[in-house]
Design a protein around this ligand. Structure first.
Ligand SMILES: [Fe+2]
Length: 292
């Protein structure tokens, strides 16, 4: 199983799609049923979709796997008493079969086995490859973490004083839950080829008048390089690279393992953080009411 895509709803999809292509570096993956799809260079049909709506919402977070993996996950989720939708066919780039799953705070997850493969595109030096993690604000991050572990078989990689990092493959985290008073999108992270690509991405956004809200820097858990931007359509998005890959022998870290010295929020300590702008952006994309 792997993290594949994020589905958003927003009032100005055209403007958002323009920003995502012209400035962020994603590619047009077509539109269908009025929904715009965007992709990176990895062989995934899309990584982000935008549906026009009057209010902003995080419609779903999608994982993909083989059909046996998806069917097994559905059986396991049903047995665990989770709210699951029926198996259905998805009419979207990649198509395929899957189901909706509701998390403890109304999070909407989709598990999909695509029918159509797409080609990997030549990697460009500053274009996003794919979505590598999604961070979700949660009122009870421990309950939400248990759900992904017990219902989907994901694994805890690290726990800090305010975040839990969870993986579904060898990537250190596909999902992280940030402790909050609300349940909403915290940010979406796009993997870049390397350090140079992250810096070039920052430069491209600087040329367009956007400064990082945090970064560049290097995180503790996951050891990834990061740069966060509050996008004009309201969501916080991250360019990242060098995300740690871990195996079964990875030792789960706790809050005591991830303490920063005073005035530090990353390994390098070279960048400021606009906490106010980031906190405001966290309120913009609550989960849409689940419809399974
Ligand atoms: Fe991140």
């Amino acid at each position: 199983m792997r993290l594949r895509s994020v589905e958003l709803e927003a009032p100005d999809c055209q403007g958002a799609a323009r920003f995502l292509q012209v400035n962020w570096g994603l590619l047009d993956a077509g539109s269908k049923n009025g929904i715009s799809y965007l992709r990176g260079t990895e062989p995934l049909p899309y990584v982000l979709s935008l549906t026009h709506a009057h209010v902003r919402a995080l419609a779903s977070v999608t994982f993909s796997g083989t059909l046996p993996e998806i069917e097994q996950a559905r059986s396991r989720a049903s047995l665990a008493g989770a709210r699951v939708g029926p198996m259905r066919t998805f009419d979207e780039p990649g198509g395929g079969e899957g189901f909706f799953l509701e998390g403890p705070e109304g999070q909407v997850f989709r598990l999909v086995c695509e029918k159509h493969r797409v080609e990997k595109l030549p990697s460009e030096r500053d274009r996003p490859l794919q979505v590598t993690h999604v961070v979700i604000n949660a009122r009870d991050r421990e309950a939400c973490t248990r759900f992904l572990i017990e219902v989907l078989g994901f694994r805890l990689s690290d726990r800090t004083g305010f975040m839990n990092f969870i993986r579904c493959d060898e990537v250190h985290h596909a999902i992280a839950y940030a402790q909050s008073t609300i349940s909403s999108l915290n940010h979406i992270a796009f993997e870049m080829k390397d350090f140079d690509a992250v810096m070039r991405g920052i430069g491209r956004l600087k040329d367009a008048g956007f400064a990082p809200a945090w970064g560049p820097g290097r995180h503790g858990p996951g050891n990834n390089i990061f740069a966060y931007f509050v996008t004009p359509f309201g969501a916080t998005m991250e360019y990242t690279a060098e995300v740690q890959r871990v195996g079964d022998d990875y030792k789960v870290g706790g809050p005591e393992d991830w303490k920063w010295p005073p005035n530090r929020t990353d390994h390098w300590g070279v960048s400021g953080r606009d906490s106010e702008a980031l906190a405001e952006a966290e309120k913009q994309f609550p989960f849409r009411k689940p419809v399974l």
